[in-house]
Design a binder for this molecule. Structure first.
Ligand code: PLP
Length: 429
């Protein structure tokens, strides 16, 4: 088949043509823990990284492998690693580079769960997060020191829905030998972070990529575009002998396989030891979603643009938060980094504050009230009392959550039905 770079084709064809034994066209579910070695020599070669092949499903599985290859192709990366959840992807992506005593610099505009991971759990493990305001890319430089191992941000963070300055921060990081890790969960297809200098992408597959609210999953994608070796002091995990892998220096050990030292270490050390693999059944379900992702993203964007415009005309709505309503630098970033569309998330504030926000949610009939985004169905939530409730008032403010804020994840139902439900719920708020 001729090589395609079109997402519509890649999601259906990259990484898999047919099953070699049965000729099955759908990706099979390889529900197996282990794989028979051809001989003791073969087994030794696999363990010694002299040959690539299946060993044990905690660290690799063929169904997960197809999903990995398709997302790698979609983002123009070098290789990927499927994991059990988006949270596992974020945690492992950082732990692969940073150890106790190190730090990362992260945007303040984060999913609440990621904020908690950084502010509390990684902190307890000795990895400090320095949170900075992403409206000023130079804040990343100012927070950097000799022990900074990574920069971290979300492409389209909610609730603020202001697109992150990917190139500006990636360029600063590259001066220091610091990779930018982008959480692209809210903007797959719409944004390709590697095109703008990001080195690593993480996804919660649970959202748009799976798309049907059936399976939790995560992915780490290695852009293969970062020179780890040129920054040996900055990146010791990839450049010094690894006692957990008979002294392998990852940039050397992996050289014959291509620029994939980062993701190979994530797989063979982090996933081996911390053990959060994606289940093959979930990989299969997420592949079904991935195959229609380009179509769905287009519909999510068209519907969300229409909802944002409609909300702008409602007297009870004091503010609409959506890239289509932004001007100036925020608009420029949206145009530069999300050329594929404004995304499916829409925020708004109600003049009645928290009581109105809760009443609106309680009166929805078609939209689901759930702690999720990126489902084919339209969803709504009141972040202050749910997703962001474990944050302090100050932290909520820093991430952009106010009392009257309502977050919508606009689905692919008919736009008339979405607006009819919003209209009747708003009339009771
Ligand atoms: N990143 C973002 C932007 C998210 O919205 C979420 C979940 O809501 C996650 C990461 C975590 O993903 P998961 O729920 O798959 O662990």
């Amino acid at each position: 088949m001729t090589e395609s770079t079109n997402p519509q084709t890649l999601v259906l064809h990259a990484g898999y043509r047919k099953d070699d034994t049965t000729n099955a066209v759908a990706v099979p579910i390889y529900q197996t823990t282990s794989y028979q070695f051809d001989s003791t020599d073969h087994a030794a070669k696999l363990f010694g990284l002299e040959e690539m092949g299946n060993i044990y499903s905690r660290i690799m599985n063929p169904t997960c492998g197809v999903l990995e290859d398709r997302i790698t192709a979609l983002d123009g990366g070098a290789a990927s690693l499927a994991v059990a959840s988006g949270q596992a992807a974020s945690a492992l992506a950082i732990q692969n580079l940073a150890s106790a005593g190190d730090n990362i610099v992260s945007s303040t505009d984060l999913y609440g769960g990621t904020w908690n991971l950084f502010a509390n759990t990684l902190k307890a493990m000795g990895i400090e997060t320095r949170f900075v305001d992403p409206t000023d890319p130079e804040a990343f430089r100012a927070a950097t020191d000799d022990r900074t191992r990574a920069y971290y941000a979300e492409t389209l963070p909610n609730p603020k829905l202001q697109v992150f300055p990917i190139k500006e921060v990636a360029d600063i990081g590259r001066e220091f030998g610091i990779p930018l890790i982008m959480d692209n969960t809210a903007a797959p297809i719409l944004c390709r972070p590697f095109d703008h200098g990001a080195a690593i992408i993480v996804y919660s597959l649970t959202k748009y990529i799976g798309g049907h609210g059936t399976s939790i999953g995560g992915m780490i994608v290695d852009g293969g575009n970062f020179d780890w070796e040129a920054h040996a002091e900055r990146q010791p995990n990839l450049n010094t002998p690894d006692p957990s892998y008979h002294g392998a220096v990852w940039v050397d050990a992996v050289r014959p396989m291509g620029p994939i030292a980062y993701i190979m270490r994530a797989r063979t050390v982090m996933l081996r030891d911390l053990g959060a693999p994606l289940a093959p059944m979930n990989a299969f379900l997420i592949i079904q979603g991935l195959e229609t992702l380009p179509l769905r993203m287009r519909e999510h964007c068209v519907n969300a643009d229409a909802v944002a415009a409609w909300l702008g005309n409602q007297p009870k709505v004091t503010m609409v938060i959506h890239p289509s309503t932004q001007n100036g630098e925020a608009r420029r970033r949206a145009d530069a980094y999300m050329p594929g569309g404004n995304g499916g998330l829409v925020g708004f504030e109600l003049e009645g504050g928290a009581d109105a926000g809760k009443a609106f949610i309680d009166n929805l009939e078609m939209l689901y009230h759930v702690a999720n985004i990126g489902d084919a169905r339209s969803l709504a939530i009141h972040p202050a009392s749910t997703t962001h409730s474990q944050l302090s008032a100050e932290e909520q403010k820093a991430t952009g959550v106010t009392d009257g804020y309502v977050r919508l994840s606009i689905g692919i139902e008919h736009i008339d039905d979405i607006i009819a439900d919003l209209d009747q719920a708003l009339s009771k708020a």
